[in-house]
Design a protein around this ligand. Structure first.
Ligand SMILES: [Zn+2]
Length: 235
């Protein structure tokens, strides 16, 4: 039983042409004002397109979830080792919010809570506020070796700070759409289900049982014999 995240291929020729022109995704790290500020600049057209294709998102879903991916990618600049950071938004607009996370290694994954977004009329601008409404944003940092994650609430603002400062680039890092899910993980999850539930699946199917990862939209299928094995493991 093997299996890991499946990326759907990018096939839109316009997107492929654009990606070729732009080159690989990259997170550039730099110091501003003689080291008083740290900055990061993220180019992630490939990451956003791969996210869009895997999740089957339309323009609006891609715009909102894409902003979340960019934020997670930027914050990954401050991580090291096995650290991870999660960004969650709950809101009362039709998008419902999002759940994304990133790692020090530059893996970014996650999803929009309500997709497709239910709207009455096509959006008239790229202003995403009507679809988000009011809500809360939380950022949780899972530091390596620390049992207690740290959650903070922050306000995100984009300023034109950089004009006034001299920037010195200090390096680049990789950022990509990447999810650590696997069929083995889903099998362990099935085996950890309450015995009645796994028993019911075992007896009633349907087979193959399909499980879908929220974060990357990969589907893992379990045959009857694989469910039997999970059931035996759970007893
Ligand atoms: Zn996944």
């Amino acid at each position: 039983m093997m299996g890991a995240m499946i990326k759907k291929p990018l096939i839109d020729p316009n997107v492929l042409q654009q990606l070729e022109r732009l080159g690989p995704d990259e997170l550039e790290l730099f110091l501003l004002n003689r080291g008083n500020y740290r900055g990061a600049l993220l180019s992630a057209t490939r990451m956003i397109n791969e996210m869009r294709v895997n999740h089957n998102y339309g323009v609006l879903e891609t715009l909102i979830c894409g902003h979340a991916y960019l934020a997670a990618g930027l914050i990954s600049a401050s991580l090291k080792g096995q650290d991870r950071v999660g960004i969650e938004m709950d809101c009362d607009g039709p998008a419902g919010g999002f759940v994304v996370d990133s790692s020090a290694g530059g893996s970014v994954r996650g999803y929009l809570r309500h997709a497709p977004i239910q709207i009455d009329a096509p959006p008239e601008s790229f202003d995403t506020r009507p679809f988000i409404g009011d809500g809360t944003l939380s950022v949780t940092r899972f530091a390596e070796g620390s049992k207690q994650p740290f959650t903070g609430h922050i306000s995100l603002a984009i300023h034109d700070y950089f004009h006034d400062f001299e920037a010195a680039e200090v390096g680049t890092r990789e950022v990509r759409f990447d999810c650590g899910c696997s069929k083995e993980r889903f099998a362990r999850f099935l085996a950890a289900m309450p015995i009645d539930e796994i028993k019911e699946i075992r007896e009633q199917g349907p087979f193959p049982l399909r499980t879908v990862c929220h974060n990357c939209n990969t589907t893992y299928e379990f045959s009857e014999s694989e469910i039997e094995r999970a059931y035996q493991m759970s007893r």
